[in-house]
Design a protein around this ligand. Structure first.
Ligand code: KG4
Ligand code: ZN
Length: 347
């Protein structure tokens, strides 16, 4: 039994959580997420502002997570902190604070890769979303398709060759005059649109493609983004067309994500799929994935929105795994903008 304090500051959410238990039986005791709304004014995350905002909120956020869990600092067994990938200045706030706590309390520090955190996020609420399973990680910065043989053993099947799925959502939202971050606004607008007006291609989704092809599991969204831009430019009444454009974008995006994930689950013989990352908030994606995979006898799991977007609960959960494996980080732990997911084995 261990009680883990998780800390996440990789982008524009200052978050802390307390998780307690053993392995897949661990229970979430508290989760505090402070979103930095200031970035909406700029239409994207401003790194310098993000770092400063983390600095002012990290202490109260951690204290709040402890008090909501009914725990004191002395009751914590280890601190799990995101150290990569992300904005280095933002990551450093969490990493430095976690180091200070570790040193002053004399308890272990465990570093966590942000995307491995997302990978673990689904299991916090769904006891069945544990290995072996297929994982689709779709966030603002990443699009990864992984076969999870066991916790800590990941086969990277596919990734995006250009934009991440969430990034494509956000850019399309901007083109359509929707607020930032735009994923959920694009999803809402697409529901009002007609599927018959526009049709955009599906990047790297050839029907006769084989598992041995280099792009069988790969994603590409830049062509889709350009198609949206061309449709926006060609429209002489964008107000009338924008829901139809959003609909066509959404259909292309979702069909690609669903088909590539289905290929991975079928090829690897998995009967469970977990979708994680901010784009996992998309209900249309989850419904389409369920519809496509139900016939194959494959179950689909998604986290609730609080656990899908950036949060410290997933960092505590991944940290608990590494803690139980006996892994410890030294006080010279660094923060990295880019870093491979630990435990990735050759495809
Ligand atoms: O995982 P996350 O919170 O941050 C990163 O690590 O990037 O993901 C944020 C992304 C944004 O691009 C946002 O537009 C997208 O998740 N997102 C959505 C939806 N809700 C959030 N994308 C599509 N549909 C949604 N409903
Ligand atoms: Zn994330």
């Amino acid at each position: 039994m261990a009680r883990i304090l998780g800390i996440e500051t990789s982008c524009d959410e200052t978050s802390a959580a307390v998780l307690e238990g053993t392995g897949d039986g661990a229970a979430l005791k508290s989760l505090v997420i402070l979103s930095q709304d200031i970035h909406r004014v700029f239409g994207g995350v401003v790194p310098e502002i993000a770092s400063r905002a983390h600095l002012t909120s990290i202490v109260p956020v951690v204290h709040r997570a402890l008090s909501e869990a009914g725990a004191r600092l002395q009751d914590i067994d280890a601190i799990a902190v995101t150290h990569a990938p992300g904005l280095v200045g933002a990551l450093l706030v969490g990493v430095s604070y976690a180091k200070g706590l570790s040193l002053s309390l004399g308890i272990p520090l465990v570093s966590v890769h942000h995307m491995e955190g997302h990978l673990f996020s689904v299991a916090i609420e769904h006891p069945e979303a544990v290995p072996p399973f297929t994982s689709l990680l779709v966030s603002g910065g990443h699009t990864l398709l992984l076969d999870v043989e066991a916790w800590g053993r990941y086969r990277l099947l596919g990734a995006t060759r250009d934009d991440a799925a969430g990034e494509a959502f956000d850019k399309v939202a901007k083109m359509l005059g929707l607020p930032y971050p735009g994923g959920r606004y694009v999803e809402e607008l697409a529901r009002e649109g007609s599927p018959a007006h526009f049709r955009f291609g599906r990047g790297m989704l050839r029907k006769n493609s084989m598992p041995s092809d280099a792009d069988y599991y790969a994603f590409s969204f830049s062509g889709l983004k350009t198609a949206v831009m061309n449709a926006v430019k060609a429209s002489d009444n964008l107000d009338a067309d924008k829901a139809d454009i959003a609909r066509a974008f959404h259909e292309s995006m979702i069909e690609t994500l669903v088909e590539k994930t289905a290929r991975a689950a079928l090829e690897m013989g998995r009967d469970r799929v977990a979708i994680a990352g901010g784009v996992a908030c998309n209900r249309t994606l989850a419904d389409a994935m369920r519809k496509r995979l139900a016939a194959e006898g494959i179950a689909v799991f998604t986290p609730s929105p609080r656990l899908a977007t950036d949060n410290a609960a997933m960092i505590a959960r991944a940290g608990l795994f590494h803690f139980e494996q006996g892994e410890r980080s030294a006080l010279d732990l660094g923060a990295y903008a880019v870093r491979p997911i630990p435990g990735v084995i050759a495809a």
